[in-house]
Design a protein around this ligand. Structure first.
Ligand code: PLP
Length: 417
């Protein structure tokens, strides 16, 4: 019997028959159990979040709907680490968040400094360029954090910069930059630029301190640490950025304009038709993160899980793209593959053999790497299953890894912790 005939689901998947002997029985294993979604976002949804969204569509002008925002906004404020910031919730994704941050605060032609230490730093800068801003680039080695000294030096020679664009957690390389240190470098350079920060793969998993670091706009998507499906973007806006936006600053905009959003939010409503059901899910996810587990515990869980993943990578004798341990991300690990090996082939093998999605290398590390996502709704036993799946994949791809090494490394890491 051909594998494709075993179950209708296969016809819609990318799963291909293994040319090796006994292939059908291997592939039978992908028909049961759950898919392991271990890309660095979108992430797995808790059942409770799914159930919260599983309801009839509501009238988005009804009293029932208007109860959602007054509950969600204070919880999102806590996740961003702000008292003073205004929260924006819109349909879209991280890319839409970039655009929203830019067009609400900067006039066409304004000069911005984009910190490029990975694919998303590059992308944030490219978005600004396409929107008509003059983009200066702080070009850094990929795999490196945004170094405050480099930034300070660059700002001293480009004092006219109106905004600094930086990615808190670079999802392509697995590097978390120190945003407090970035703000410190701006202060030392005497820069009055706005600080615009992408928190797409950090928010809700790695601590963010919007007020303490005097961030002007932070932006995020729903589909990573916040344990939500893709489809929404969230921003946090400082009083200064809001003032610029509402008093003639920014670029022409319509859907992305913060002013009508904030006006309507005050009544619990939106100036456009929002993704209503997602908001029920968001209320549930934020309740779980902020009120039940508690943000300090959420951040600590991500650190513990990431430590275990890193100890597994070391057990395989592979290197991480982020060389300096202090900047290694607690949400994504980018693993470099040995010369002659193709990172995408590893990802493809894990998917077809073990029903597990891993991230491919992107940008400069395409083919040279694969990425392990360890964020959102995730626990210790799931991490052990993930690294065991990766280890078996590596072994089947011909890498001399010891079977059981990763699980043992994780267990040591968890039990000692
Ligand atoms: N910024 C970062 C750090 C990301 O990881 C991503 C996507 O993975 C984006 C921006 C783009 O976000 P989206 O794909 O939600 O538009």
């Amino acid at each position: 019997m051909a594998v494709e005939e075993l179950d209708g689901r296969l016809a819609h998947s990318t799963i291909r028959p293994n040319p090796g002997e006994g292939a059908p029985s291997l592939y039978l294993s992908v028909l049961s159990g759950r898919h392991f979604l271990q890309i660095p976002g979108p992430t797995n949804l808790p059942e409770r979040v799914l159930r919260a969204m599983d309801r009839p569509v509501v009238d988005h002008r009804s009293p029932e709907f208007a109860e959602l925002l007054p509950r969600i906004v204070p919880l999102l404020r806590q996740v961003f680490g702000t008292d003073a910031g205004e929260i924006i919730i819109m349909s879209g994704s991280g890319t839409g968040g970039w655009e929203s941050a830019l067009v609400n605060t900067l006039k066409p032609g304004d000069r911005v400094l984009a910190c490029n230490n990975g694919q998303f730093g590059l992308g944030f800068g490219n978005a600004a360029r396409r929107l008509g801003y003059e983009v200066e680039e702080l070009a850094l080695d990929w795999g490196q954090e945004v170094r405050p000294d480099d930034l300070e030096r660059k700002l001293r020679v480009t004092p006219e910069v109106k905004a600094v664009l930086v990615v808190h957690n670079e999802t392509s390389t697995g590097v978390t930059s120190d945003i407090g240190a970035v703000r410190g470098a701006m202060d030392r350079a005497g820069s009055e630029a706005l600080l615009l920060v992408d928190t797409v793969s950090s928010l809700g998993s790695i601590e963010f301190r919007f007020d303490d670091w005097r961030v002007d706009v932070a932006l995020c998507g729903s589909q990573k640490g916040l344990m939500m499906p893709p489809g929404q973007a969230y921003l946090c806006v400082s009083p200064r950025a809001l003032d610029i936006s509402q008093n003639g600053g920014g670029a022409p905009r319509n859907f992305l304009d913060w002013a009508p959003m904030l006006r309507e939010y005050a009544r619990g409503l939106f100036p456009f038709t929002p993704n209503t059901l997602m908001l029920f899910g968001l209320r549930e996810a934020l309740t779980m993160l902020v009120e039940e587990e508690g943000l300090p515990n959420v951040y600590d869980r991500h650190r513990r899980l990431a430590d275990a993943v890193r100890s597994s990578v070391q057990a395989w004798n592979l290197s991480m793209m982020c060389e300096k341990p202090a900047y290694r991300s607690n949400t994504v690990t980018t693993v470099l593959v040995p010369d002659g090996m193709d990172g995408s082939a590893i990802v493809e093998h894990a998917r077809s053999r073990f029903n597990m999605s891993l991230g491919v290398g992107v940008g400069q590390s395409r083919q040279r790497a694969f990425r392990l996502g360890h964020l959102g709704s995730l626990n210790e036993l799931e991490v052990i299953a993930m690294v065991s799946g990766v280890e078996m994949t590596l072994r089947e791809m011909g890498l001399p890894v010891s079977l059981g090494a990763a699980a043992a490394a994780c267990e040591r890491s968890f039990v000692a912790a």
